[in-house]
Design a binder for this molecule. Structure first.
Ligand code: 3PG
Ligand code: MG
Length: 347
């Protein structure tokens, strides 16, 4: 895999540095609701400060605003970042997506971002699959380097693309089925077991275009309607009553999946098994999360929902790598290039 040159090898003393981080965090009531991505960005910022950078200007997008919109302001992120890393040399720019030139990768906006800065560090793994002004355009103007998080993500996720220890178990679920089929295609053929839950299972039951066998649920938690307190019952997977919805894998499936995970030497998990935000439909995702956490194999988890499930169970530090990227991790594991990485010269 291509290895972009590292910020560790950059001469940053006295320099004005632009850092693209992925500070696209959830906000609630004007405050940061989950600061995982902010914390994950700190090592690169600390390194720059320790090595004597004159100025560290951090930029990121937040959400998908259409033009300027106070609800998507970076202010709360700015506040939290300064609490975590108080240093007068740090500043945070406003949401890059307030400028339409961001997503269109407009050279004029890229020049604006570059300003009079000396170098550019891209640490935004979570946005590396986007060819935007702050991830690609500016790398064509300023000398570009990879940040520590970006590097680490490539290294950890990259292990799954090389030789892995077997049994290799791949677990996939969640709602965005089409995003995940590419990963299944690329990695699934090399996996010993492919365990499927969530919406994805329904689609693959009806038609499996993958060319290899996957393990589908044998039972399901059926709900009378799509609601948190809907009437719920466990039924065999192929006996969902008319008009009912499968909102979680059933207990038998949870046990079977956990048993496969327990034997694994390598695990990649992306996507919850059901609507785990609702306690009635959370058991399947919990069973998988616990099995992955318990595994003594090499365990990697990607995607905001799976990470959130792990965090809520207090298990996030029990896996070998919890990726800060959702879409980006999927694109990488599909075997494709990430534009934000390609834009950085090689080592
Ligand atoms: C993410 O949260 O997946 C990244 O920050 C990218 O955001 P986007 O999907 O809005 O481009
Ligand atoms: Mg996304």
């Amino acid at each position: 895999m291509r290895k972009p040159r590292s910020v560790r090898d950059a001469d940053v003393g006295g320099k004005r540095v632009l850092v693209r981080a992925d500070l696209n965090v959830p906000l609630e009531g004007g405050e940061v609701a989950d600061e995982t991505r902010i914390r994950a960005s700190l090592p690169t910022l600390e390194l720059l400060l320790e090595r004597g950078a004159a100025e560290v200007v951090v930029c990121s997008h937040l959400g998908r605003p259409e033009g300027e919109d106070a609800a998507f302001s970076m202010k709360p992120v700015d506040v939290r970042l300064r609490e975590l890393l108080p240093d007068d040399r740090i500043s945070v720019l406003e949401n890059t997506r307030f400028n339409p030139g961001e997503t269109s990768n407009d050279p004029e906006f890229a020049r604006q971002l570059a300003g009079d800065r000396d170098l550019y560090v891209n640490d935004a793994f979570g946005s590396a699959h986007r060819a935007h002004a702050s991830t690609v355009g500016v790398a064509e103007i300023l000398p570009a380097y990879a940040g520590l998080l970006l590097e680490r993500e490539l290294e950890q996720l990259g292990k799954l693309l090389g030789e892995v220890e077997h049994p290799f178990v791949l677990i996939s679920g969640g709602a965005k089925v089409d995003d995940k089929l590419g990963v299944l295609r690329n990695l699934g053929g090399r996996a010993d077991e492919v365990l499927i839950g969530g919406k994805m299972a329904e689609q693959l039951r009806d038609e499996n275009p993958l060319g290899f066998e996957v393990r589908l649920p044998t039972d399901v938690v059926a709900a009378s309607e799509f609601a948190e307190n809907a009437e719920a019952m466990v039924v065999p997977y192929d006996a969902l009553p008319e008009g009912w919805l499968g909102l979680d894998i059933g207990p038998e499936t949870g046990e079977a999946f956990a048993a496969r995970i327990a034997e694994a030497k390598t695990v990649f998990w992306n996507g919850p098994m059901g609507v785990f935000e609702w306690p009635r439909f959370a058991a399947g995702t919990k069973a998988v999360a616990e099995a992955v956490a318990k595994s003594d194999g090499y365990t990697v988890v990607g995607g905001a929902d799976s990470i959130r499930a792990l965090s809520e169970l207090g298990l996030a530090d029990r896996v070998d790598w919890a990726s800060t990227g959702g879409g980006a991790a999927l694109v990488l594991l599909e075997g494709k290039e990430l534009p934000g990485v390609t834009a950085i010269p090689e080592d």
